[in-house]
Unconditional design. Sequence first.
Length: 246
Amino acid sequence: LDTIGIVAAIHACEKGGEWEKALQLFDDMALIEVEYSIMVFTAAINACEAGSEWRKAMHVYSSMADTMVESNAITSNAAIGACKQGGAWENALQLFSMMLRSRVEMGTVTFNTAISACENSGKWDKSLELFSVMAQSKVECDKITLSAVISACEKHGEWQNALQLLRAMEQSMLESNTLTMNAAVSACQKGGAWKEALRLTFSMSKRKIESDSITFSAALRASEKGGDWEKAMLLLSLMAGSNLAR
């Protein structure tokens, strides 16, 4: 059994949901004296990510130094992804910082994964910091980047930042979707910017973006805060005419 065979076997275990068997294969490499490679470590970390085992992913990642195999962007991204899956945002940022110090090439995927790790854990300020570093590093952002940062803003009612990011999406010719718009509407509603929340909601049909129950719920709360009963009645009318009423 050689390195390529081990990698193939680990991938097969990962796809079959058998992350423990994948790690057992990785551990057995020391016994059968198969040469370690970057592909082996990446495959093992991906298996940990699939099993939401971020601690084991960190263990595999840290063991690279013992085998004299240098990490690269793909391996580091996989480790950050495992931390994201496990809600370990601090470890994700630790890996991100290590990549910065070692000058490993960091692309859109790296930033997106780290930003999402912070966003998923409600660390909106960290998401914005990473987004700022991304701009300073002149790494191109995409729809995933901006959607994740807008979602981070939504969790803390940072409506001004959410609207700024939404405008950035439009200027970059990136299409918004229901999830992105919902996050922006909710950010405005939570931040007390009820007029902006309603404006965004009513603009969705013009943009040909489908509204859902989350959209209408946030918009109705916004109209309640603003005491705008006419807009509330209009929203109820739109809900009645949508697929939600069927």
